[in-house]
Write a protein that binds this ligand. Sequence first.
Ligand code: ADP
Ligand code: ZN
Length: 517
Amino acid sequence: MSDPEDIVKSVFGFAGFRPGQREIVDRLLGGVNTLTVMPTGAGKSLCYQVPALCLDGPTVVISPLVALMDDQVAGLRANGIDAACLHSGQSRDRNVEEWLRLRDGSAKIVYMAPERLMTDRMMAAMEKLNPALFVVDEAHCISKWGASFRPEYEMLSALPDRFPNAVMAAFTATADAATQRDIADKLFRGRGDTVVHGFDRPNLMLAVQPKTNWRKQLGAFLADRRDQAGIVYCLSRRLTDEVAELLKNDGYRALPYHAGLPPEVRKENQEIFMSEDAVVMVATIAFGMGIDKPDIRYVFHLNLPGSMEAYYQEIGRAGRDGAPSEVAMLYGLDDIRLRRQFIEQDGEDTDHKRREHKRLDALLAYCETTQCRRVSLLSYFGEESGPCGNCDTCLDPPEVIDGTREAQMLLSAVLRTGESFGAAHIIDVLRGARTVKIEERGHDTLPTFGVGEAQSKPFWQAFIRQAIAGGYLSINIEGFGGLQLTRKGRDVLNGHEAFSYRAIPVAKEKKKAERQA
Ligand code: ADP
Ligand code: ZN
């Protein structure tokens, strides 16, 4: 067997392995099934290409897209490595030719799509070749927990039984803990290692703020960044236009970008952003794919993103050059409700919806965490780390206060009004407001009416947000956004569990405005 280090240098022409690659190579050569979770661009291909050249039998790489296969094969051939590729985009004769090169051993690696591999004929032919290694690329596609399940990938779970002597390797850039377990179950029958590596972007300073007054908050964030390039992400096209206009009037070089703009305007704005120095791109998520501008100094989210994966990808556009960059997000109750609605409106599959809600829960927990943000972000992807010293909670640790009594007031108000009202009405009940809605329903006769009078409206809004993020209350989207108690919420209400929350700074002017109102 040749030495992996030599192969990296002499065949691929690199100075050596990158951090994290060698441990994967060693596992695969040692016969250990391995799931590798690494971000895009980290160098996953080398982790199986080097073992493929060291091992005796052929290596079968399963890849979902013809374009990806062609790229990989072209890359290998450029390094003088013969690789075969079977797919429907090329003629039958060509596929036969490729197969023959694999069979006679001149090609040691073959790429193909899962549906081609899993046919009876191909399985039988493969068995004769006795493959040493199976590589499942984009392995998250095998899991319904993942972001992009593909039924043809699920068939791959037959491989470990069919080829008990082959080593199984799986690679993905995106898999939360549940997806990782699912992949390992299906492809390794649980016998194997999972290695998560390289998600940290230490030069990104992470921050999240509750949304109180987004215009002011955005203004404060941008104030000393007039000479920097950055992205402000908005949820809707309308908000995108509004914010771009607002910033323009404020003297920024701000440009809008969303799918509702004519293609030529989008193209022009993108080109200006790429080529000029201090442009703020105000955009929906339509902007970002393939944007490779190294010196984006900040990414500001005016709304909650759709999931932790989406958030990670969106903030990942900042600081590609490694220089200090800042990412900040605002989020409010309205964002949570909207995101829940989006999930509910997306198709019929209730299992799918449940999983999407769970993914959103993880993002909310990140928003309300009282620990290091980076620890929270990385642990979502399964990567362990310590407090980073470069996030808002590390730099300015939040004060955590016992709020069991307030939580009981809140939960009781929710329960006694029948778990069918949104935050605004519950706050009115707590604060003893005599609105028409309250009087019509007799909610002014409830024992909880007015018990939370001592606290301001903004206090209760923030408090409810934390209770939702902490999983004590949930939003019932089918029931028009009414708040409901969860099991955890009932435990607090019954005094079985305590509730603590991060201190809520309430702006002075808000208090004043409320007194006047
Ligand atoms: P991924 O599949 O993780 O997105 P790739 O395998 O496509 O990443 O690799 C990303 C880039 O990194 C490629 O250009 C590749 O040539 C380069 N690369 C990978 N490993 C090394 C290494 N050890 N040294 C230098 N460059 C490397
Ligand atoms: Zn931190």
